[in-house]
Design a protein around this ligand. Structure first.
Ligand code: PGA
Length: 230
């Protein structure tokens, strides 16, 4: 049976006390976790990773934890960087190549590919964000049969109005063919109102949610409303 991924991307939001509030207000009781066939991942800022991991363990939530970035270098003298090995203590996933990193931090394909390599080396599952097929082709030779998730996020849709489910599904189909069937997420403008239209699509395996994941009630509605079309 396929797994449906519901991934929150908190970006540079939430202090530790705001994260605590989010967790307290999150309305799906932990007794309902794990939700069959759904993998819920919270990609949080680095400084919240250890806190979230402990919280989730202590409260028996089976959220998975993800980081939003990883150093292109292994551990060592790289001031300000966080290596895959450091992240792996707390997280299973890492977002790589988000369009905001490409735009504001000038990440190119070489940097992104090093980040993918570092993730693989320390057994983190990269969630590689692409806004077009060229960006996928730039990394394709690295992917092989390794565990990877591809998130299709068209630039116009991020923080704005979502793409059509049909377009997203056609892209997901292309991505699957090129990657030998990697799970494909759709991201950009996903809300509790439109999530089902995307997860209903044959080639879409989940969603990457920014803005709407910041509110625990909206995010829980997204989890509840999402449904895989098998
Ligand atoms: P959004 O962001 O849901 O706020 O559009 C998605 C993303 O950037 O991953």
């Amino acid at each position: 049976m396929k797994t449906l991924f519901i991934v929150a991307n908190w970006k540079a939001n939430k202090t530790q006390s705001e994260a605590t509030e989010w967790l307290r207000e999150f309305p799906i009781p932990n007794s309902q976790f794990p939700i069959p066939n759904k993998e819920v991942v919270i990609c949080a800022p680095f400084m919240l990773l250890s806190y979230l991991k402990l919280y989730v363990l202590n409260h028996k939530f089976s959220f998975k934890i993800g980081a939003q970035d990883v150093s292109p270098f292994a551990e060592g003298a790289y001031t300000g960087e966080i290596s895959a090995k450091q992240i792996k203590e707390f997280a299973d996933y890492v977002i790589v190549g988000h369009s905001e990193r490409r735009k504001y931090f000038l990440e190119d394909k070489n940097i992104i590919n090093k980040k993918i390599e570092m993730s693989f080396k320390d057994n983190l599952i990269p969630i590689l964000c692409i806004s077009d097929i060229r960006q996928l082709r730039d990394s394709l030779s690295l992917l092989g049969s390794a565990k990877v998730i591809i998130a299709y996020e068209p630039l116009f849709a991020i923080g704005s109005r979502a793409d059509t489910p049909e377009n997203a599904n056609a892209m997901a189909d292309k991505i699957k063919k090129l990657t030998d069937g990697a799970p494909v997420l759709y991201g950009g403008g996903v809300t509790e109102k439109n999530v089902k239209n995307f997860t209903d699509m044959l080639f879409i395996d989940g969603v990457l949610v920014g803005e709407a994941s910041l509110d625990p009630l909206s995010f829980s509605e997204i989890i509840k409303s999402s449904k895989l079309n098998e």
